[in-house]
Design a protein around this ligand. Structure first.
Ligand code: NAP
Length: 477
């Protein structure tokens, strides 16, 4: 399959380097081929987005919404086929991949429905005959940079709010997942998006920097690792450009002694191993009350060992490969380092002898929080456990991280759950469910080094993709 860049309404080959997108379960199999856009071509895409901006902003919100709804129908219609393509290029299992594609359609519909909601405020004025209106306007051209791990859902939750609120877009997807980017952009153009409103440019760091640096981009929304996100924040700061970043996590699950251990063990496994642990909200730290630690770890290890690892397209497979050889090497090295620092593998640990970028689901019994594993995001199916002697200590251990994306607590004690809400330094908290999982109509994003700027999803997205004008509307004398 050949994929193309989308610039000013034209599908173009790209004047940069050639690339081949391969299947992480069978690295010799090419899923898609194309060419990157050079920085000059990224510049042309930005100019096209600028030219399209006034017309799109002036288009009635309901007409903009109709395009999103039509695109959602197209995405849904092809969900099975695109799900299989997503599984082949990213490595998550087919059911998860199809669910992600359908999730993207749902996000498009949610932001279409924004046309039916209030989009401003009215205040009273102390002056007779006057009222104060707060109206919202588009920010202009949004530069969007997305990661590999949700190739269609994360782009949808940036592109859909950008478009619904009247902005035009220049989007650089992760170079690891170009095919689903091509599919989503194709659905939006087939749904009737005017030329230049959405521009898709393939490329790596250079293309991302070209978007961030360009004076024609009014605001940047980035999702990816904390290291790159911080560089993007710094550059936008220099340029005085609004920026929103969602970054890495090192998410903790706390299991107290009163928890339903079977449920907690099952949810910890889902949180740690689903999508091969390649979720920003995946469970990677486990904090267990010492009274039940041996039992809980035994149950998690047993489930981890039973997980069916294999080709994501095969029925019954529960965990696929990591996305790339670099990811496999990073995760393998991180586990080896943890073992070198005294961690004991209770499940997995060694590498898997098979074709593709596979690692086993791994549970590490950590010697304490001094190990590098406690601080560094591995972004793979690895969870490391420590014991806590009290509920208060468990909260302190969970907060012992530079990251603050999500957390989960498992308990029957409502008082503890409320203390966790108060004390845990995270943007997303699950009580009695795994640390991952989000709904498109509520805010999503992290605290501390996991997020910067307004949150994404739900109405929170409006804070980033619009600016307000406060209007003192007096009556003529
Ligand atoms: P990444 O390596 O940081 O890449 C993210 C995006 O930034 C990619 O499109 C990448 O391009 C681009 N990029 C790389 N260097 C850049 C630069 N100097 N300037 C501008 N753009 C640049 O992240 P990833 O490996 O794709 O994704 C995994 C990470 O994302 C994990 O840390 C995960 O926790 C995080 N994540 C966070 C959330 C959240 O909502 N908090 C959600 C999902 C993932 P190329 O890769 O094509 O070079």
């Amino acid at each position: 399959m050949d994929v193309l860049n989308l610039i000013g309404g034209r599908w173009v080959e790209g004047d940069g380097a050639e690339f081949a997108d391969t299947n992480p379960a069978r690295p010799a199999e090419v899923v898609a081929r194309g060419r990157h856009a050079s920085p000059a071509e990224v510049g042309r895409a930005i100019v096209a987005a600028r030219e399209a901006a006034p017309g799109w902003a002036a288009t009635p919100h309901h007409a903009r919404a109709a395009v999103l709804t039509a695109a959602a129908d197209l995405v849904d219609a092809d969900a099975e086929e695109w799900g299989a393509e997503l599984a082949r290029e990213e490595g998550k299992t087919l059911p998860e991949a199809v669910a992600e594609v359908r999730g993207a359609a749902r996000i498009l519909r949610y932001y279409a429905s924004e046309a039916d909601r209030e989009n401003g405020e009215v205040f009273a004025s102390p002056r007779p005959g006057e009222q104060v209106l707060v109206v919202r306007k588009p920010i202009g051209v949004a530069g969007l940079i997305t990661p590999f791990n949700f190739p269609i859902a994360i782009p949808a939750w940036k592109i859909a709010p950008a478009l619904t609120y009247g902005n035009t877009v220049v989007w650089k997807p992760s170079s690891l997942v170009p095919l689903l980017a091509y599919r989503l952009a194709g659905a939006l153009t087939s749904a009737g998006l005017p030329d230049g409103v959405l521009n898709l440019v393939y490329g790596e760091a250079e293309a991302g920097s070209a978007i961030v640096d360009h004076p024609g981009v009014d605001a940047v929304s980035f999702t990816g690792s904390t290291a790159v996100g911080r560089a993007v924040i710094a550059r936008c700061g220099e340029l005085g450009k609004p920026v929103q970043t969602e970054m890495g996590g090192k998410n903790a699950s706390i299991v107290l002694a009163d928890a339903d251990l079977d449920h907690a063990a099952e949810q910890v496994c889902v949180g740690a191993f689903r999508s091969t642990g390649q979720k920003c909200t995946a469970t990677s730290r486990l904090i267990v009350a010492e009274q039940v630690a041996d039992e809980l770890l035994h149950r998690v290890a047993e489930r981890a060992a039973r997980l069916v690892v294999g080709d994501p397209l095969e029925a019954g497979v529960e965990m696929g490969p990591l996305v790339s050889s670099a990811a496999r090497d990073r995760v393998t090295a991180g586990v080896a380092q943890a073992v070198g620092e005294g961690a004991k593998p209770l499940a997995g640990g060694a590498s898997l002898e098979r074709e593709g970028w596979f690692v086993p689901p791994t549970l590490l019994d950590l010697p304490g929080t001094g190990v590098d594993f406690w601080r560094t995001e591995l972004f793979g199916p690895v969870v490391g456990a420590v014991r806590a002697s009290s509920a208060e200590e468990a909260l302190g251990l969970a907060n012992l991280s530079d990251h603050g994306l999500s957390a989960a607590v498992f308990t029957r004690d409502l008082g503890f759950a409320l203390r966790a809400v108060e004390r845990l330094e995270v943007g997303v908290l699950h009580v009695n469910s795994e640390s991952a999982g989000t709904f498109p109509y509520v805010p999503f994003g992290g605290a501390k080094q996991s997020g910067f700027g307004p949150k994404e999803q739900g109405r929170a997205a409006r804070e980033f993709y619009t600016r307000t004008v406060t209007v003192y509307l007096g009556t003529p004398a």
